[in-house]
Design a binder for this molecule. Sequence first.
Ligand SMILES: Nc1ncnc2c1ncn2[C@@H]1O[C@H](COP(=O)(O)OP(=O)(O)OP(=O)(O)O)[C@@H](O)[C@H]1O
Ligand SMILES: [Mg+2]
Length: 369
Amino acid sequence: MSSNSESVEEILGYQSAILDTVADGIVCIDATGVITTFNKAAEAIFGYDADEVVGQKINMLMPMSHARHHDSYLANYASSGKAKLIGTRPEVEGKRKSGEIFPIEVGLTEASYQGRKIFVGVVRDITERKRVERLKSEFIAAVNHELRTPLTSIAGPLALIQSGKLGPLSPVAQKSAEIAMRNCNRLTVLINDLLDFEQTSSGKAQFDLQSYEVHELVSRAVQDNATEAEGRGVILSVLQETVYDCIRVDRARLLQVIGNLLSNALKFSEAGSEVWVGAECFEGRIRISVADRGIGIAREHHDRIFQRFTQVDSSATRRAGGTGLGLAISKQLTEQMGGEIGFESELERGSTFWVIFPVAPSVMAAAAE
Ligand SMILES: Nc1ncnc2c1ncn2[C@@H]1O[C@H](COP(=O)(O)OP(=O)(O)OP(=O)(O)O)[C@@H](O)[C@H]1O
Ligand SMILES: [Mg+2]
């Protein structure tokens, strides 16, 4: 063997030794869909040895329903140069040697070597994750159902007792009934929030998308939260710029999102400070923002603020109450209506949370078209 070929073999051996230490499956294919690399983790995931699959078509690792389309996908890519999936991490299905179909997440990238294209798939078996997700959804659905019915039967009579319609109450009894009622309402909100989150994350939520003028949505949201602001002694105002453009949203859902942002802004502000709701139009998009000069959010918490049950663990947050679902739900709702959500915040300076939606053609313009 020439020293040259030895070095090529050495390099290959060296590379596959590295690939075999990676915990994720790595499957590479060429432009025609033929498998060129299959590391140890991929062997464990799919149940094949590398030499059973290298040189075969990638379709053998997919259920029939995907396999049929994969060749035309590659052919389309070869002719158009457009690969929709490159750079994404789609959740798809794989097929093990045993024939079992299972969920995988595949990170797809492309490389080229000596003028030839190589597609690299980093494969993760997400069977367990999906199972846990399903269990969690089922559990939440069951708990919701089981809690909601008795809770309604507690709330009804309690409201009656509290109103005095069932007879006069002593001041102490009145106070107790009010506390019970308040807690009953808190439970109802929590249960509704959990149900909402499950529905939106499983794609079961229904959206009635229509065009609405932004200024109307903003003033509605402000009106809806005026009492809450007053109760907290916070001044709630609308920023001057009035946007007459329309966005296409589900009205109740959008008001729910702004309501969540407003409830946070009010909750984390001191009495006497101000909260602003504003809307502005830029580059064909509308940004609706809710700004406060409250406690703000430290940088290290920024990454997880939209995850559910996230509450920055400060005494102020604990005092403010809540369950940490508002922002997670808001993110889901916003994204499912085709918008974006984000924020800027500085500790002790305040926060601005915003949603962005594309400008929708007004009803008249749409009709004219
Ligand atoms: N305007 C804000 N100023 C400071 N901190 C905020 C603000 N908005 C959100 N946060 C932080 O993000 C966390 C998550 O907010 P989120 O709305 O999801 O939950 P929550 O308000 O605690 O409870 P819930 O909305 O379910 O009643 C809050 O607990 C708080 O720590
Ligand atoms: Mg909240």
